[in-house]
Design a protein around this ligand. Structure first.
Ligand code: WQD
Length: 331
């Protein structure tokens, strides 16, 4: 089975290529290198011992997508490509709406033309908005998203639901990620945010390695265990394996799955765990809440276990160790 992985040189895409290769799928990668580096390709070849065809194309160019489908007998698509920085999306909404929506619509239209109907979409827990209860289940309505990035995820879910309603020969799987963190144990691939990190774990990394002075903890007055924000952090390798299970086991039709550990931990708990596991100090200060943040969310991952046979295997300690290993390997 030949899988087209869009954004396959990115953080989650590259880890998914490794797991797909281990499961003996044939893989074609398309990536415009906006938020990834071409040398990830040789790292993937080093980890897997396999070579992968790379198209350095932008999915906003429909003719280029068609070239890929003309040259390869694609059986399924896993769609990671898209802009994903929350803060940037607030500053540049038009860039986010046009890029994330046009690229996805182009891809789906070419898939339809070539009768490729198996589609796995990289969605996000952010579509739940501020959930009524911290534990998120797939049958909850999508909530009020708090930034254009999250809104594009919710919009694309709606587009896919309407597509399926119009033609139920599509096999569509929406995977709602909670907070992807960590890195491959080899230290060769990991999270490589451009500039100052938005997300917590890469920021902790930069502070622990002295590249940034201290972590700003956005508020400690939330109604949570210690007042700081609670999230469900999932090791990126566990997340990648969830995509393989989705390709292998997703039932017919359109299905939605939470990919998370099922456990929430607070910012302070993560910082303390990171310091203990890696025997390093992470300086921090409490500052005001970040606009748009929610207090707490974590996954109910039982559907993914029941229908895909998937659950997380790595611990928060594994996450802290593998992330730090990558940061140091990066040098
Ligand atoms: C986690 C917690 C912050 C940074 C977003 C997107 C989601 C996904 C992951 C793309 C919160 C606190 C953070 C910092 C802090 N995006 N924090 N200081 O906001 O849960 O999710 O990123 O894949 O779709 O919505 O992740 O890591 O930014 O924040 O105190 O410097 O850490 O307040 O409680 P978030 P995050």
């Amino acid at each position: 089975m030949k899988i087209l992985v869009t954004g396959g040189l990115g953080f989650i895409g590259s880890h998914t290529v490794v797991e797909l290769a281990k499961a003996n799928f044939e893989i074609v990668i398309v990536d415009n290198l906006y938020n990834s580096k071409e040398d990830v390709l040789e790292k993937l070849e080093k980890i897997t011992g396999k070579k992968f065809k790379l198209y350095k194309y932008d999915l906003c160019n429909k003719e280029k997508i068609e070239e890929i489908f003309k040259e390869n007998q694609i059986d399924a698509v896993i769609h990671f490509a898209g802009y994903k920085a929350v803060g940037e999306s607030v500053r540049e909404p038009l860039m986010y709406y046009s890029n994330n929506l046009i690229s996805t619509l182009n891809l789906l239209e070419v898939m339809k033309k070539y009768n490729v109907k198996k589609f796995v979409f990289s969605s996000s827990a952010t579509v739940y908005g501020e959930p009524k209860t911290p534990k998120c289940t797939e049958n909850m309505n999508r909530g009020e998203t708090t930034n254009p990035y999250g809104t594009t995820k919710a919009m694309i879910e709606k587009i896919l639901e309407d597509l399926y309603a119009s033609d139920n020969s599509w096999n569509i799987t929406l995977l709602r990620y909670f907070n992807p963190v960590g890195a491959h144990e080899s230290g060769l691939i990991g999270e490589e945010p451009n500039g100052i990190p938005n997300n917590l774990m890469p920021y902790i990394m930069k502070v622990a390695s002295g590249k940034l002075e201290k972590l700003n903890i956005f508020g400690n007055d939330y109604p949570t265990i210690d007042g700081t924000g609670v999230r469900d952090y999932i090791h990126v390798v566990d997340l990648a394996k969830g995509h393989v299970k989705a390709i292998q086991n997703a039932p017919d039709g359109l299905n939605i799955y939470n990919l998370g550990s099922g456990k929430g931990i607070s910012v302070l708990e993560l910082v303390t765990t990171f310091e203990k596991v890696n025997n390093v100090k992470v300086n921090y200060q409490i500052v005001d809440r970040r606009p748009g943040d929610i207090a707490e969310n974590y996954a109910d991952p039982s559907e993914a276990l029941k229908e895909l046979g998937w659950k997380t295997e790595k611990s928060i300690e594994d996450i802290c160790r593998d992330a730090w290993n990558y940061e140091n390997a990066e040098g």
